[in-house]
Each structure stands twice: as structure tokens, then as C-alpha cells.
Design a protein around this ligand. Structure first.
Ligand code: M6R
Length: 366
């Protein structure tokens, strides 16, 4: 079943172009953006929505965090993202005009299901489940569903489920923007082209595997790692850190790069590899000065840099050239390189990649 691959995780990383193409099938060819992508009732449920609340756990929570940047910048809808296990037990102020979006690969995560039920019990009936398993408990509980078509994900570390969740959330962002009259036709056309081209763009990142593997060899012996990102790539730094700790047992933390000097910079020395996501976007210059701060303290930098970002390789600064900047969808490309990095670090360490210690694929107990 594994074919040419050594582990399910590797196979699932490499299945991403196909998984994305299937998930985005409805907009392939002549398809356009519409609430219908989320079911026949979607126009009613979305109409009058004033806010979005995303509830999820783990990797699915990180997908929600990326979506917050999209929803607020493109659809101009205020968005809050919350860990399901926190939301379900705290006092919150319900708002019936909020669209509650739950994200789950398995559809069986106990805390996410309970958070959804909790939101409903507070009178929030506009609910959408983004899920990879059609007949799961979470899907049955939600008013609307969007089924990602990643196919079965066996590896405990979530990979293709995450990128297909991002694809679904990009569609949601555009659907809400269109409904609110904030998506001019020309812009919709540009987003559609980018989405349709996404599988090919991901394929290009997968081709970087040999270089990423060489990097993994270099720092697999370390005990700690720091991941830095800014803006919509900060949640990708968080996801990279989660992947690394989950399967290679290397302690990793993610920071919004602007937070460095508010504490974590104290940790940086020669033994602390710093992995930075450097998209060629509006925050690049800010990120560059953050990287200089790291270098000045002797920290070794591993930078995933988009073409055109003009960060030069130098002593202690390793650059992995990524393809051209991919705009709003750039997080989808950057996470793939971090998945490969953690996979290869785990291989060097000889851990059980598909079944890391102490973890279950589906967390059906709280
Ligand atoms: O099935 P779900 O998406 O609800 O699962 C949520 C988390 O348990 C899951 O994403 C977990 O964090 C992964 N093992 C991370 O790789």
C-alpha cells in the first residue's frame, strides 16, 4: 500500500497535489465562487453573518489561525479562532449572527464536537463543519458541511488534511467576500487561477525534498528549535513546530518574529537552530531585521525564502530557495516544506514516524 514510500506520512505529504485537486474540484474548469460550495442551505446560513468563530484542536486549529488572516483581509469579516477545549468550558458571549466553523480531520475529536454542541446550546445555529470524514459525528452535528477530499490520513501527524482544510477555508473566505459584495469579478478570477494552479505549485515544493533532507541531517541532533513567521505565516511556524515535536521529539517553539525581543531572544545561542519562513510579502523587511537579531546572538538560521526575497546565504545563514511568492495562498506552500523537514528530522532520529509515542490519530476522549 505504501508503494514507493517508506511511511504513510511521506506518502501523505506527496499526495497533497492530488488531495488539493480533488478538494478544489468544484471550482475546476468553469466553476466559480458561490455559497453553494458549502451546500444548498449555505446562502441562508451565511446571509447576515457578522463574525466568524473557528473552533478546533491541534493542526486543525492552526488552519483556523491562517483563515483568520484571510477572512479579515479579504472578506473583511471579524474572526476569532479558539482552541475547542478552552471554548467549551469558558464563559463567552454568544452572538447569533456569528458563523461557527469547526475544523476536524477525523470529525470525531471529542473537544471539537463538544465545543460545537456548546455553541449551539448558546443559540448559535449558523454552523459549518470542515471535515475529512463525511459521516462523522461533527459533520452530523453541523448545519453545513464541507468535506475535504484528502482521502484517508493514516499517519498521526496531519499533513494532507491540513492543506485541504486551508483550501476549504480559502473558498469560504472568497464565498463570504462575494456575498458581502467585496469580491470584484477580476479579483475573483485571479483567486480562481491561483487556486486551480495550487496543486502544481505544491508539486514544485515537493521537488525540494533532497535539499530539505540535507538540512534535517544538520539539526536533527539539536534538542531545541525555534520557528519564526509573521502574519499569515505565523500559524505556519506554529504548525512546523508542532510537526517537529510530534514526530521527532525535538522541543520546538513558534514565535511571531516581532515577539523575539520580548523574551525568546534570550534563548538564542549556537545550539538553537532558528527556522524562519520568509515569504516575499509586505512584512519581509521587518522579518529581515528580526533575522539579524538572531544572527547577532550566534543563532544558526535556516530560512525558507521565496524567490525574490533577496536574503543572501552567509556564515550561519542557510537559505532554501522556495518558488515565487504565492500571495494569499503562500502558507499552503510553506507548510509543505516544514512537513518535509520534520519528516526527515524524525527519520534521522529513528522515531516511529507514523505512530509517535503517547499519541493517537483521533482524540475521542477529552
Ligand atoms: O481530527 P482532528 O483534526 O480534529 O484532530 C485534531 C488534532 O488532534 C490533530 O490535528 C493533531 O494535532 C495532529 N496529530 C497534529 O499532527
Amino acid at each position: 500500500e505504501l508503494g514507493q514510500y517508506r511511511h504513510y506520512m511521506q506518502k501523505e505529504i506527496f499526495e497533497q497535489p492530488q488531495a488539493l485537486a480533488s478538494t478544489l474540484e468544484l471550482i475546476a474548469g468553469g466553476g466559480s465562487i458561490s455559497p453553494q460550495l458549502f451546500g444548498s442551505q449555505a446562502a441562508d446560513v451565511f446571509g447576515g453573518v457578522r463574525r466568524v468563530l473557528v473552533l478546533a484542536c491541534g493542526t486543525s486549529y492552526h488552519a483556523g489561525l491562517v483563515a483568520r488572516y484571510w477572512l479579515e483581509s479579504v472578506a473583511k469579516v471579524p474572526c476569532t479562532v479558539e482552541i475547542a477545549s478552552e471554548y467549551r468550558y469558558r464563559d463567552s458571549v454568544p452572538d447569533p449572527d456569528t458563523l461557527v466553523v469547526v475544523i476536524s480531520q477525523s470529525g470525531e475529536t471529542a473537544d471539537t464536537l463538544a465545543a460545537l454542541k456548546h455553541a449551539k446550546s448558546l443559540g448559535m445555529t449558523r454552523t459549518l463543519a470542515i471535515c475529512n470524514v463525511p459521516e462523522s459525528a461533527i459533520v452530523r452535528e453541523a448545519a453545513l458541511r464541507f468535506i475535504t477530499r484528502a482521502g484517508p490520513e493514516i499517519g498521526v501527524a496531519s499533513t494532507k488534511a491540513f492543506t485541504t482544510q486551508l483550501a476549504a477555508l480559502a473558498l469560504l473566505t472568497l464565498a463570504l467576500a462575494k456575498l458581502a459584495g467585496r469580491l470584484p469579478e477580476a479579483e475573483e478570477g485571479r483567486y480562481l487561477i491561483a487556486l486551480r494552479h495550487l496543486p502544481v505549485a505544491v508539486q514544485k515544493v515537493l521537488e525540494l525534498e533532497p535539499q530539505i533532507e540535507a538540512w534535517a541531517q544538520r539539526f536533527a541532533a539539536k534538542h531545541h528549535a525555534l520557528f519564526l513567521g509573521r502574519g499569515r505565516h505565523w500559524p505556519i511556524a506554529m504548525e512546523g513546530a508542532l510537526k517537529l515535536k510530534e514526530i521527532s521529539y525535538i522541543h520546538a517553539e513558534a514565535y511571531a518574529a516581532g515577539e523575539l525581543k520580548h523574551g525568546p531572544l534570550a534563548l538564542v545561542d549556537r545550539d538553537m537552530p532558528v527556522i524562519a519562513i520568509a515569504p516575499a510579502d509586505e512584512l519581509l523587511e521587518k522579518l529581515k531585521s528580526n533575522l539579524q537579531e538572531v544572527r547577532a546572538r550566534g543563532g544558526e538560521l535556516y530560512v525558507f525564502a521565496d524567490a525574490g526575497s533577496e536574503i543572501a546565504e552567509s556564515e550561519g545563514v542557510h537559505i532554501l530557495p522556495m518558488p515565487e511568492h504565492y500571495g494569499m495562498l503562500s502558507p499552503v506552500l510553506h507548510v509543505v516544506s516544514l512537513q518535509l523537514l520534520s519528516y526527515h528530522a524524525a527519520l534521522v532520529k529513528g522515531t516511529d514516524v507514523d505512530k509517535p509515542r503517547n499519541l493517537a490519530k483521533s482524540v475521542t476522549v477529552e
